[in-house]
Design a protein around this ligand. Structure first.
Ligand code: ADP
Length: 512
C-alpha cells in the first residue's frame, strides 16, 4: 500500500518508526499502571500484551527499515535471506499475544474469584474487628464493674467493727480486717498473711483449742455455722467472749476448704449481763435479807436492853455477869450484821452532802493506821488535786473505804503495801478511787461471787461476807460502780467510781 504523494520507502520507514514509538509508549503506559497496582491482573495482562506488541513492532519495523535500506542499496538477495526470519518473528509475537489473550480469560476468572474472596475476607475481617471491639468493651465494662464491687466489699471489710477473716482449712489466716487484728492484738502484723510474713493460725486464739477443731468439723460437715459462742484470747492476753458466724466454700471433692468468718466481740455485753444478773441477785437477796433483818432487829434490841439491865444488877466478877457479858457481845455482833444487812438493802437513812473524798479517806486511815503499822503494812496515797467536792453520804463512804482497806489488810496479813489513789476521770464526770494491795489476790473462780452477801473465804469470826456487798449497795446508791482486778499471788485492785453530782440529796430512809 502507498500514499499517492509520498514514495513507498518513506511511508514504510515512517510507519515502522511510528509503530516502534507507539509500541514503546504502550509498554511505558502499561508499566506505569502495573506499578500502581501490582496485584491487578488486568494491568499484568496489558503489560504482557504491550511487550509482545513491542517485540512485534520492533521486529516488523526494523525488518521493514532493513528491507528498504537493502533494496535501495541493491542488496535484494540479502533481504530475501532475512525475510523468513523477520516473518517468523512477527508470527511468534502475534502467537504470544494470542496465547496470552486466550489464557487471560482463565486468569481473569481466577482473578475475579480472588477479588470476591478478598471481599468476603475483608468483610469477615471487619466483622471480626467489630466483634473484638465489642468483646473488649464488654471486658472493660465487666472489669470496671468488678473493680466497683471489689471496692464496695473492701470498704465493708475494712470499715466493719466486727472481725471479718478468711481462714484456710488448716487454720492459716489468709486475710483479716483491721477490726479483727485489733481484737486479737495483732495489729502490727503484715496484712498479706503468709507471704513473707508470720503465718498466723486462727486456732491459737481459742481459749480452748478443741473448740476450734469442733467448729472446723461442723463447718466442713454443714458448710455454715451461725452465732456460735466462743472464747478467744488475744496476743495481749485479753479474754474475749465472741459470737462466731462462718461459712465454708463447700465442695465435697475438695479436701482444702476456705472459711469466711465474722466474729462479734460480745465481752462488754456479757459483762453487762453479768452485772445485771449480779444486781438482780443482790436485789432479791437484799429484799429477803432486809425482811429478815427487820424482823429480828427489834427482838435483838430487846435482848440487848434486858441483858444490859441484868448486867447492871449483877455484881462484878461473878460467873453470871461474865455469861451475860458474852450474851451482850454476841447480841451486838448480831445487831452489826443486821445493820449491815439493812444498809445493804438500802433501808437505812442516807444523807448526801458535799464532801471531800480525800478527807473521808484520811479519816479512815487515821483510824486504821496504827493497826497497819503493827503489821508492817506501808500505806501509800496519791490524791489528785483536781478532784472537786462530791455530794456523798460521808458515813457510808467511810464504811466503804474502811471495808476495802480492812480486806486489803487481811489479804496481806503482814509486811506489804496498800496504795490508795484518787484520779479525776478523763470524762470529767467520775472520780476514781482505787485501793490496791500486795496481798494474796483472789482466785478466778471466786471473783464473780465476792459481791454476793455472805460470800466469804475467811474463817468464822473473821469475816461475815457482807463487807463488799454492803459497799456495793452504798456505791450503787451513789450512782457509782465498784470494779475489781485481781490475780492469785499478785494482789488486788478495787476501784470505786463515783459520779460528780451537783445537788445535795437526802434519800429514802425506808427504815420502818
Ligand atoms: P469478808 O471480808 O467478811 O469475807 P467481803 O464481802 O468483804 O466479806 O469479802 C468477800 C470475800 O472477797 C472475802 O472473803 C475475800 O475472799 C475476798 N476479798 C475481798 N477483798 C479482798 C482482797 N483485797 N484481797 C483478797 N481477797 C479479797
Amino acid at each position: 500500500m502507498t500514499l499517492p504523494f509520498l514514495p513507498i520507502f518513506v511511508v514504510d520507514l515512517l510507519g515502522s518508526a511510528l509503530m516502534i514509538f507507539f509500541a514503546g509508549a504502550c509498554v511505558r503506559l502499561s508499566y506505569g499502571l502495573h506499578v500502581q497496582d501490582r496485584e491487578n491482573v488486568l494491568w499484568v495482562y496489558l503489560l504482557m500484551v504491550s511487550h509482545a506488541l513491542a517485540v512485534f513492532a520492533v521486529s516488523r519495523g526494523v525488518g521493514h527499515i532493513a528491507k528498504q535500506l537493502l533494496l535501495l542499496g541493491g542488496y535484494r538477495d540479502i533481504w530475501d535471506g532475512l525475510r523468513p526470519y523477520s516473518g517468523s518473528l512477527n508470527t511468534i509475537s502475534f502467537c504470544v499475544v494470542g496465547a496470552v489473550t486466550l489464557f487471560f480469560e482463565r486468569i481473569w476468572k481466577v482473578y475475579q474469584q480472588i477479588l470476591r474472596d478478598r471481599h468476603a475476607l475483608r468483610e469477615a475481617h471487619e466483622n471480626l474487628v467489630s466483634l473484638n471491639k465489642r468483646l473488649e468493651d464488654a471486658v472493660a465494662e465487666r472489669t470496671a464493674e468488678l473493680a466497683r464491687s471489689e471496692q464496695k466489699f473492701r470498704r465493708i471489710f475494712e470499715a466493719s467493727l466486727d472481725m471479718i477473716a478468711v481462714v484456710a482449712s488448716d487454720g492459716t489466716v489468709l486475710d483479716m480486717n483491721p477490726a479483727g487484728r485489733e481484737m486479737l492484738g495483732i495489729d502490727g502484723l503484715n496484712p498479706r498473711w503468709g507471704v513473707g510474713a508470720e503465718r498466723v493460725s486462727f486456732g491459737t486464739f481459742f481459749a480452748r483449742p478443741e473448740e476450734w477443731e469442733q467448729l472446723k468439723e461442723r463447718l466442713q460437715r454443714e458448710c455454715s455455722v451461725a452465732d456460735a459462742e466462743i472464747d478467744l484470747v488475744g496476743r495481749d492476753g485479753r479474754e474475749i467472749s465472741a459470737l462466731l458466724s462462718a461459712a465454708s466454700q463447700c465442695d465435697v471433692l475438695e479436701k482444702t476448704a476456705i472459711f469466711h468468718l465474722v466474729v462479734k466481740d460480745i465481752s462488754q455485753r456479757k459483762a453487762m449481763q453479768q452485772q445485771l444478773l449480779q444486781a438482780d441477785k443482790l436485789a432479791s437477796i437484799g429484799q429477803l435479807a432486809a425482811g429478815v433483818a427487820h424482823e429480828i432487829n427489834n427482838p435483838l434490841g430487846i435482848i440487848l436492853g434486858y441483858t444490859q439491865l441484868l448486867i447492871r444488877e449483877e455484881p462484878e466478877g461473878t460467873e453470871r455477869r461474865e455469861d451475860l457479858k458474852t450474851i451482850e457481845k454476841h447480841t451486838r455482833t448480831c445487831k452489826t450484821i443486821v445493820e449491815d444487812l439493812l444498809s445493804f438493802a438500802r433501808r437505812s437513812h442516807t444523807k448526801k452532802e458535799p464532801a471531800s473524798v480525800r478527807d473521808i479517806i484520811d479519816e479512815v486511815l487515821s483510824v486504821v493506821r496504827h493497826n497497819l503499822e503493827l503489821r508492817r503494812i506501808e500505806v501509800e496515797t496519791h490524791f489528785d488535786p483536781q478532784i472537786p467536792a462530791l455530794v456523798v453520804d460521808k458515813d457510808k463512804l467511810r464504811q466503804v473505804f474502811m471495808n476495802l482497806i480492812m480486806n486489803a489488810q487481811q489479804a496481806i496479813g503482814k509486811d506489804g503495801r496498800i496504795s490508795i489513789r484518787t484520779v479525776f476521770g478523763d470524762d470529767g464526770k467520775h472520780v476514781h478511787v482505787s485501793v490496791s494491795d500486795t496481798g494474796t489476790g483472789i482466785e478466778p473462780k471466786h471473783l464473780p461471787r465476792i459481791f454476793d452477801p455472805f460470800f466469804t473465804t475467811k474463817s468464822t469470826g473473821e469475816g461475815t461476807g457482807l463487807g463488799l456487798s454492803v459497799s456495793y449497795g452504798i456505791v450503787k446508791d451513789h450512782g457509782g460502780e465498784i470494779l475489781v482486778e485481781s490475780e492469785p499471788g499478785k494482789g488486788s485492785v478495787f476501784t470505786v467510781l463515783l459520779p460528780v453530782t451537783a445537788e445535795p440529796v437526802e434519800s429514802g430512809g425506808r427504815d420502818d
